[in-house]
Design a protein around this ligand. Structure first.
Ligand SMILES: [Zn+2]
Length: 265
């Protein structure tokens, strides 16, 4: 029997899904991915995610936020707009928000401002934060520490860091999202050890589709587009690394995700 899973990070509003979104969702359900959290990364994609949730509220929840790549385009007068989106009943978390100093698509000052604004909103509306961090750990943790006492929770989405970073996140009470990055022999090898250190009640799974197609997937789709139907592949890798049966990891990660993102059980 396929274990029931929750994909906590799926960019379903992405235009690469425009021509076959219903099939992508049907294939995911067929693969046991019963619930999906649709990532908002701009005001526009947040609105699109919310409208997808309205089409299937039991199946989907959304996040509302500004990805650090887009921080330069997020202005102070849009904070009330984002607050209203975060308050929508379809929205389960604030984000994705954080810092990305790997790509640096937005200046650091804009990224830090937008991150603080979103953590402030998360605290105000009482929803957990969906967090993104790359190559900016120290600055990220320093900002997060300021807001942590007022936040109901947070998940470090697509964790790709090292052991001290993982320990900082766990000390901050964060949950950890693992993607198909762990399936990448070159970049993700260190995660195979680290994933064993994540307590079962803090672990969640995600595809980050259409990005991050697992590198060891065979056969690979010609499009190279990642899809939520590949989440069981991430599950299998995580379970093997933890020396646990996939059903055990599925049960724990599903329970964590349903509760964190407030799905009706
Ligand atoms: Zn991300």
């Amino acid at each position: 029997m396929t274990p029931l899973l929750v994909d906590i990070g799926l960019n379903l509003a992405h235009d690469s899904f425009d021509h076959d979104r219903d099939t992508v969702v049907a294939d995911a359900l067929e693969a046991g991915v019963r619930h999906m959290v649709l990532t908002g990364s701009t005001l526009e994609s947040t609105r699109a995610a919310i409208s997808l949730v309205r089409g299937a509220p039991g199946r989907f929840r959304a996040t509302a936020g500004i990805h650090p790549h887009h921080a330069r385009d997020f202005h102070d007068d849009e904070v009330p707009v984002l607050r209203e989106l975060m308050q929508a009943p379809e929205v389960a978390a604030a984000g994705e928000c954080g810092l990305d100093w790997f790509r640096n698509f937005s200046p650091h000052a804009d990224q830090e401002r937008a991150f603080r604004q979103q953590l402030e909103l998360a605290a105000e509306v009482g929803k957990p934060a969906f967090l993104h961090q790359r190559d900016a750990h120290d600055a990220f943790v320093a900002i997060l520490r300021d807001y942590r006492p007022r936040l109901v929770g947070g998940v470090a989405h697509c964790f790709t860091g090292n052991e001290p970073e993982l320990r900082d996140y766990l000390d901050l009470g964060l949950s950890i999202g693992i993607t198909g990055w762990i399936c990448d022999e070159r970049r993700g090898h260190h995660l195979r050890e680290l994933v064993r250190l994540i307590p079962a009640d803090r672990l969640m799974l995600e595809t980050d589709a259409p990005y991050l197609l697992p590198r060891d997937l065979h056969p690979k789709p010609r499009s190279r587009r990642n899809e939520p139907k590949y989440l069981p592949h991430v599950l299998a890798t995580v379970a093997a690394c933890r020396d646990e049966p996939p059903e055990v990891v599925a049960e724990a990660t599903t329970r964590n995700a349903l509760s964190f993102f407030g799905f009706d059980k």
